[in-house]
Structures are given as structure tokens and as C-alpha cells.
Design a protein around this ligand. Structure first.
Ligand SMILES: [Zn+2]
Ligand SMILES: [Zn+2]
Length: 427
């Protein structure tokens, strides 16, 4: 019998209403008792006094870069970064090389992930080679183990293809997570179109590029009564469109990322490509609208859009590819910018980062209930630290919160009953 006893933690379970100090017993990879004082003779004991214990985070938007771009990240290093951030389940995006558009590639990823420090779920590509020309065999991708569909990195440009994909995916019960962007409007843009792009003399990406995509997905979902999930919401108009659609009963859900509720285009004044991602950091009014969306339930989940690139690729401000890494800082960013500013409670934040995305993906995660897989994060909600990119656990260094002082430090992560991250032992 393999037993782990977590002693004296503040147990926070956003899947219920639990917020109390007590013990958690894990037996053979599952939670077997929660709360109160638990005695067990033969268990390995973790003294968690002073720490919070919550379900392992579920990050529904991650780029593991494997296959094809393993100089940036691979499945094992990406999952090491996940573990260091308290993420125990993640959904990886298909814009790899080759793209995740065949059952073989789906199976390869799942096979490689078997020994990883986090549970990997696969979003397969909607179209062949992410080219928006031909639908993949979605049923075969599901059969191979993919649970979601996306052409992330790009939108599905052809609206008819997207409509067909959404209808087929609904039948297959696969979630479609859509990168919303009108490529004609965004073409050549490097950062948000606005005050900062004008000041720097850099071509901008208008908020309308995202909003046209969001509006289109909502229109399709409304017309056919099918679900759609909007990725990385960053603009006030997209928040408003989603809020309105939800009120009308459209089956739309949405996520945002920590950088959109924490930072703005002002960061770009540094001309540092680590602050460049797609969609770009927006204006203060957008940031505030994203927070309002999180507060009123318009936005359902927080995901990171963890997007590793090498320092060499990120060296040139304008030529660098889009994206930043975020799994090791997401919980702390949420605590720092939302909980400590009294915008959300800690339980609400944890729900947005675990129970809610688990429900969206239909996976067994995001709960500390007895019988659930023993996926947990132990963290100090009060400890402050400064983000040092050289101490991150993934391969890349392009951290959008680098140099920022954040509050909330992951101490231990348990996945399937196994300790996959232990702070004092980090490299
Ligand atoms: Zn995207
Ligand atoms: Zn992405």
C-alpha cells in the first residue's frame, strides 16, 4: 500500500465549499480521506502546516512544442514546468511540426507523456497542417485519444470549415477551443494597435482582429446550437460579446491568461520581445474588462497559453515569434493581481484554474473529493518572490512576469499520488 499523508494544510476545494484546516490521505494515487485529523501509521507524511492544499491546476492552453520544436520545449520539460507551477493536467496545442493532425501523432504525444510530471491531454488540429483548407478526420483523432480540437496559433480562416468542425465536434463531444483572429486585420501587426504602437512606430494589431473572430465563433455557435470555447480573451469588446452571447443562451465559454488581467501594452515600451504574444497585451480598459469578465462569470477559466521560444528567437523585438511562458507563474499572478487586490477570493481563483477548466474539458481533475485522483498543489499564499527566468524549469526563458515580485509560492506538487515537484529540491 502506497500512502501519503498531508498534515495540517488549509484545504481549499473549489469543487465543493471546503475551506478548513486538516489532513488529506492519499492511497495508491487516489484521495482516500479529506479533512479533520487523520491517523495513519504507515504513510509518508508531508507537514503542510502554514500551506494551502488545493486541487492540482488544470491549464487548458499549453504549447509543449513537441514534436518538431524541442529546442524550445519538449513534453517532459514542459511537464516539469507544469509541476513547478502546480499544474497537474494540461491541454497541449497542435501547432507542432508535424501538426497534431493524424492519429499517430496524437498517440505519440500520449505515449511520450506517460512518464511526464503532469497529465497531458491533447488538442488535435481541426484542419490538415493548420492550413484551413481541409478538415481532419476528427473521429479518428478522438479515437486516438484527443479530447479537444483547435488550430491554435491560427484561426480556422474558412468559416464554412469552422462551422462544419463545430457541428461535428459537438456530435463527437470534443471541445473546440478557438484562436480568434481576423488575419487580414492583424497582418503585419506586432503589438496592440494603440498609444504604445503609435509611440514606438510599430504596426499594431487592432482589438477588432480578435473581436471579429470572437463574433464569428459566437454567430456559428448560435446558428447551430453548438458549443465553442474562445481562447485567450484579451479585449473589452470580446468580453462584451461573450457576455451578451451567454445571456442569449449561446453555448460559448471562454478563457483568459494571467498576462491579460495583470499587464498592459505599457510593457512594450521596453521593446522586449518577451512581452510580445498573440493576442497582444492590450490597453488598461481591456485589462479591466477582462477582470470584470472573470468576476461575473463571462470568462470561465484561466489558462496560460504557455508558449516557449528560445532566447535567440526572442532576441529581436520585431522579428521574434509570439508567445511567453507562464505555467510557473500563473498561480502567483492570480494571487498577486486578483486575490490580493480583492477582485476574487482565493477559492474563486482556484476554481477558475482547476475545477472550471476540468469541467470544460470533461476530465477527472479539479477536486479533492474522496475517490478523485491525488493531484494536488501545496502552496504558501503569502510568500513573495521575484520571478527569475534562469530559475524556471522549462527549457525557455521568455517569462512575461520576469523581474516582477509575485505573492504565492508553489511548494509541492503531487500528481497521481507522486511528488512531482518539491521546492527545496529544485535545480
Ligand atoms: Zn492562440
Ligand atoms: Zn496558444
Amino acid at each position: 500500500m502506497d500512502r501519503l499523508l498531508i498534515r495540517g494544510a488549509r484545504i481549499l476545494d473549489p469543487s465543493g465549499t471546503m475551506d478548513e484546516t486538516g489532513d488529506i490521505l492519499i492511497t495508491n494515487g487516489a484521495i482516500t480521506a479529506v479533512g479533520g485529523k487523520i491517523s495513519c501509521e504507515d504513510a509518508e507524511v508531508i507537514d503542510a502546516r502554514g500551506l494551502a492544499a488545493a486541487p492540482g491546476l488544470v491549464d487548458m492552453h499549453v504549447h509543449l512544442r513537441d514534436p518538431g520544436f524541442t529546442e524550445k520545449e519538449d513534453i517532459l520539460t514542459g511537464c516539469r514546468a507544469a509541476a513547478a507551477g502546480g499544474v497537474t493536467s494540461l491541454l497541449c496545442m497542435p501547432n507542432t511540426n508535424p501538426a497534431v493532425d493524424t492519429p499517430e501523432t496524437v498517440r505519440d504525444i500520449l505515449e511520450k507523456a506517460r512518464t511526464a510530471d503532469a497529465r497531458v491531454y491533447v488538442a488535435a488540429a481541426i484542419t490538415k497542417g493548420l492550413k484551413s483548407e481541409e478538415l481532419n478526420d476528427l473521429a479518428a483523432l478522438k479515437e486516438a485519444g484527443a479530447i479537444a480540437l483547435s488550430d491554435d496559433g491560427r484561426p480556422v480562416v474558412n468559416t464554412l470549415l469552422m462551422a462544419n468542425a463545430l457541428r461535428l465536434a459537438a456530435e463527437l463531444k470534443m471541445r473546440v477551443v478557438s484562436h480568434c483572429e481576423d488575419l487580414f486585420l492583424s497582418q503585419g501587426g506586432k503589438i496592440n494597435e494603440g498609444a504604445v504602437s503609435e509611440r514606438l512606430g510599430v504596426k499594431g494589431v487592432p482589438a477588432a482582429a480578435e473581436d471579429c473572430g470572437t463574433a464569428r465563433e459566437i454567430a456559428i455557435a448560435a446558428a447551430y446550437g453548438v458549443p465553442v470555447h474562445i481562447c485567450h480573451v484579451s479585449t473589452k469588446t470580446s468580453v462584451a460579446l461573450i457576455r451578451d452571447a451567454k445571456r442569449r443562451g449561446v453555448r460559448v465559454t471562454a478563457e483568459t491568461a494571467p498576462h491579460y488581467f495583470a499587464l498592459t501594452e505599457q510593457e512594450l515600451l521596453s521593446r522586449d520581445a518577451d512581452y510580445r504574444m498573440s493576442p497582444p497585451l492590450r490597453a488598461e480598459e481591456d485589462r479591466l474588462a477582462v477582470i470584470e469578465g472573470l468576476r461575473d462569470g463571462t470568462i470561465d477559466a484561466i489558462a496560460t497559453d504557455h508558449a516557449p521560444h528560445t532566447p535567440a528567437e526572442k532576441a529581436d523585438f520585431l522579428a521574434a515569434p509570439n508567445g511567453s511562458v507562464g505555467m510557473e507563474t500563473s498561480l502567483a499572478a492570480g494571487i498577486t493581481y486578483l486575490v490580493n487586490r480583492q477582485l476574487l477570493t482565493l477559492t474563486q481563483l482556484l476554481s477558475l484554474m482547476s475545477a472550471a477548466p476540468a469541467a470544460l474539458l470533461g476530465i477527472s481533475a479539479g477536486t479533492l473529493k474522496v475517490g478523485a485522483p491525488a493531484d494536488l498543489v501545496l502552496f504558501d499564499s503569502c510568500e513573495s518572490w521575484t520571478v527569475d527566468p534562469d530559475r524556471l524549469h522549462g527549457k525557455s526563458r521568455n517569462a512575461v512576469f520576469k523581474g516582477k515580485e509575485l505573492t504565492g509560492k508553489v511548494k509541492k506538487t503531487v500528481c497521481g499520488g507522486k511528488i512531482v515537484f518539491d521546492e527545496p529540491n529544485r535545480r
